[in-house]
Design a protein around this ligand. Structure first.
Ligand code: ZN
Length: 335
């Protein structure tokens, strides 16, 4: 291979197949601190297609670590500016961008990915994209940071622990944000636009975590080495890396074997209202405001269980925190 080829040096790596990379699609959600590094690495490595999903716009306080942006970009959509800069870095790759929230992007877009990457700063966001990855059966890499601390998780649907399987999901009170600023963020909820939490962030951590994520995605696409098994915590101040091999749980509501067999049973009391039943489901599955659908119809909260459900009903729980409804069997308790 002549040395003037853009990819000649990486192609020297045993097992590297540039054609496979050229035919692959990566979806990147969040092109802020970590996402900027992931995108730059994947673009310069010659990923075939990069789909960027990011609803945020550029602010001055982003510029200490979001290396794709300049002062002249202030106020512009991150997705659009990042796409333009990445095209300058490597005109050979295809880029598609959505200046939208990930929940507003159709499942058909996620279905086309070889790898989905979520650089998201909230547990709720991670939970949503984890359930979408399971729905479309695509590998997902999650990463986050806080000051000199960072984490990376690689989720291979139905093979490794998903976001719901593992015990790192805090209860709903803590789930608003993966930071001590959660309460502040919670107060802001309900307003039109969610206010960005002011998290301590430095470029060294975004480059390390972004580099890890990009490396894991290249490994998955090229089938090189072993994927991260499956949660890594990094402490930059103490140079400590902890890898926690999380196990799948068979009663996981998102990917568990019992769930697949529709054997998760939830017992309803005949005289309770649908609203009370939904409240118990919300507490059990850590949801915000679930709806219950049986035979294609949403149930009315004020109705009583025994008038709405059969002795055993297959039901779907829908919630804005879930991309994939939870399917369960509701059994009415015999008095
Ligand atoms: Zn799971």
């Amino acid at each position: 291979m002549p040395d003037d080829n853009r990819y000649s040096r990486q192609s020297l790596i045993p097992g590297w197949d540039q054609t496979t990379l050229d035919n692959s699609t990566v979806i990147l959600i969040g092109v802020g601190a970590i996402g900027s590094y992931v995108a730059t690495i994947l673009a310069s490595s010659g990923i075939g297609k990069l789909v960027i999903i990011e609803f945020d716009s550029i602010e001055l306080s982003n510029l200490n670590r979001q290396l794709l942006f300049r002062e002249e970009d202030l106020g512009k959509p991150k997705a659009e500016v990042a796409s333009k800069r990445l095209k300058e870095i490597n005109p050979e790759i295809e880029i598609e961008f959505y200046h939208k929230k990930m929940e507003e992007v159709k499942a058909s877009v996620y279905e086309k990915a070889d790898v989905i990457i979520g650089c998201l700063d909230t547990f709720i966001g991670r939970r949503w994209i984890s359930s979408m990855a399971i729905r479309v059966k695509k590998p997902l890499i999650l990463g986050g940071m806080f000051a000199f601390l960072g984490d990376v998780q690689v989720i291979i649907p139905y093979k490794t622990a998903c976001f719901e399987c593992q015990p790192l999901v805090p209860d709903e009170e803590l789930a608003q944000a993966c930071t001590p600023f959660g309460e502040e963020r919670k107060k802001d909820r309900g307003e039109e636009e969610e206010v960005e939490a002011k998290l301590p962030a430095v470029a060294t951590l975004s480059s390390i975590i972004g580099g890890m994520i990009a490396q894991e995605s290249l490994k998955l696409i090229l089938e090189l080495g072993a994927p991260l098994e499956n949660y890594m915590f990094y402490d930059g101040l103490n140079n400590a890396t902890t890898i926690i091999p999380l196990a799948r749980t068979e009663d996981c509501p998102a990917c568990g074997e019992l769930y697949k067999l529709e054997q998760i049973e939830f017992v309803a009391h005949p005289t309770e209202t649908i609203k009370d039943l939904m409240l118990r489901l919300a507490l059990t599955y850590g949801l915000e405001k679930p709806d219950l659908m049986v035979e294609g119809k949403l149930l009315e909260g004020k109705n009583v269980v025994e008038n709405q459900l059969k002795e055993k009903s297959v039901a779907y729980i829908l919630d804005k925190n879930l991309a994939k409804p939870i399917k369960i069997v509701i059994k009415i308790e015999k008095l």
